[in-house]
Design a binder for this molecule. Structure first.
Ligand code: NAD
Ligand code: TYD
Length: 339
C-alpha cells in the first residue's frame, strides 16, 4: 500500500505519519506539504530517516506539481489533512482558507480520479455543524445534523466536505469523510488553546481566555483520531461520513485551570480577553456510527492524554521555543497585543 498524506508536517498529519509507520510496516508513505507557518520539517525528522517515507515540499493548490507527484509515486490512497486550520487566522484572512481548504482539496480529488480512482479520504471537522447551546447537554452532532458553519475556517471545511461527497456521487470517486472534534497531543502548533496555554504558563506569561471561558469543546487525543482515519481507510465505505469524538466535553476555563495545576503555575496568570468574533458555544460529537460500523473506541482518557501532552511539551522545549521565537511573535502581537 502506498499512501499519500497531505499536510503531514502539521499537527495531526505528522501524528498520522508516525502512527502509520509504526502500525503498518508494509505501507510506504508519500508526504506532501507546502510548509506554511504551521508546517515544520523538524517534526518529521525521525520519519525522514525511514526508507518507507518520502517528503515533497508541494502546495496542494498547484495542479501540475500534484500531477507530477501522482505520475511518479502512483499512490493507492490519499488522506487530505492539508489545510489552513486556525479559526482566528480565518477571521483575519478568509480568502487563503477558501483557496487551500476547498480548491486544494479539489486538486487532490481530480488527481485521484485521473490516476485510476485512487481511494480518497477527506479529513473534515465537527466545526462544520456550527455550535450547540450550552444549556442542552442532550444535543449532540450526528452525521445527519445540518451544516451551519460559523467561521470562514469552518465554512471552507464544509465546502471541501460537500465537494468530496459530490465527487463520490457525480464521478464515483472512492471517497470517505471524517468529522472529528478538537484534537490535542504532541506537535500541536502553539497558537491552539492547549499548547498556547502550556507555552505561556511555562514562561509565566498571561493565559488569554476568550470571553468568560465557558465555551465547550469535545477533546480527543490525537492518536485516537489517527486510528479512526486508519480504520476508515481500511474498512470505511465510499460515500460515507463518520463522526469522530470521545464524549469528552470540557469548558475552556476548566482546561486552563487543569494546566495551571499540572504545571505548578498560579491561576492568577489567567486573563480574560475580548471574545472571538462569532465564537461557537459548544461542540459535541455523537460517535455511535463509527463505533457500531467500524468498532472504533477512543483509548486515551482525557486525564492521561493531557498528562502525556504536558510531558511532551516539557520534554520538547526546543521544538516549540523555535516556533514562538519566529514569525509567530508578530501573529501573537496582532492577535493578543491590545485585546
Ligand atoms: P495544522 O495547521 O497543524 O497543519 C496543517 C498542515 O497543512 C501544515 O503542515 C501546513 O504546512 C500544511 N498546508 C497548509 N496549506 C497547504 C497547502 N496549500 N499545500 C500543502 N500543504 C499545506 O493543522 P492540524 O491541526 O494538523 O489539522 C489537520 C487537518 O485536520 C485539517 O484539515 C483540519 O481542518 C482537520 N481537523 C483538525 C482538528 C484539530 O483539532 N486540530 C480537528 C478536526 C479536524
Ligand atoms: P482553538 O484551539 O483555537 O480551537 P477551535 O476554535 O477550533 O475549537 O480554541 C479552542 C477554544 O479555546 C475555543 O473556544 C477558543 C478558546 N481559546 C481561548 O480562550 N484563548 C486562546 O488563546 C485560544 C487560542 C483559544
Amino acid at each position: 500500500m502506498r499512501i499519500l498524506v497531505t499536510g503531514g508536517a502539521g499537527f495531526i498529519g505528522a501524528n498520522f505519519v508516525y502512527y502509520t509507520l509504526k502500525n503498518h510496516p508494509d505501507y510506504d508513505i508519500i508526504c506532501v506539504d507546502s510548509l506554511t507557518y504551521a508546517g515544520n520539517l523538524s517534526t518529521l525528522q525521525k520519519a525522514l530517516k525511514s526508507p518507507r517515507f518520502t517528503f515533497y515540499r508541494q502546495d496542494i493548490r498547484d495542479r501540475d506539481g500534484i500531477d507530477a507527484i501522482f505520475q511518479k509515486e502512483r499512490p493507492d490512497a490519499v488522506v487530505n489533512f492539508a489545510a489552513e486550520s486556525h479559526v482566528d487566522r480565518s477571521i483575519e484572512t478568509p480568502e487563503l482558507f477558501l483557496q487551500t481548504n476547498i480548491l486544494g482539496a479539489q486538486v487532490m480529488m481530480d488527481a485521484c480520479l485521473r490516476y485510476g480512482n485512487v481511494r480518497f479520504h477527506q479529513v473534515s471537522t465537527d466545526e462544520i455543524y456550527g455550535d450547540l447551546p450550552l444549556d442542552r447537554p442532550d444535543l449532540l452532532f450526528t452525521e445527519n445534523s445540518p451544516l451551519r458553519p460559523s467561521s470562514p475556517y469552518s465554512a471552507s471545511k464544509a465546502g471541501a466536505d460537500m465537494l468530496t461527497l459530490a465527487y463520490f456521487r457525480t464521478y464515483g470517486l472512492r471517497a470517505t469523510v471524517s468529522r472529528c472534534s478538537n484534537n490535542y497531543g504532541p506537535f500541536q502548533f502553539p497558537e491552539k488553546l492547549i499548547p498556547l496555554m502550556i507555552a505561556n504558563a511555562l514562561e509565566d506569561k498571561p493565559l488569554p481566555v476568550y470571553g468568560q471561558g465557558l465555551n465547550v469543546r469535545d477533546w480527543l487525543y490525537v492518536a485516537d483520531h489517527c486510528r479512526a482515519v486508519d480504520l476508515i481507510l481500511e474498512k470505511g465505505e465510499p460515500g460515507q461520513v463518520y463522526n469522530v469524538g470521545g464524549h469528552n466535553e470540557m469548558r475552556n476555563i476548566d482546561i486552563v485551570k487543569l494546566l495551571c495545576a499540572q504545571l505548578g503555575k498560579p491561576e492568577s496568570l489567567i486573563t480574560f480577553v475580548t471574545d472571538r468574533k462569532g465564537h461557537d458555544l459548544r461542540y459535541a460529537i455523537d460517535p455511535a456510527k463509527i463505533r457500531a460500523e467500524l468498532g472504533w473506541e477512543p483509548q486515551t482518557p482525557f486525564a492521561e492524554g493531557l498528562k502525556k501532552t504536558v510531558r511532551w511539551y516539557l520534554d520538547n522545549r526546543p521544538w516549540w521555543e523555535q516556533i514562538i521565537s519566529g514569525e509567530y511573535r508578530n501573529y501573537y502581537q496582532r492577535m493578543y497585543g491590545d485585546r
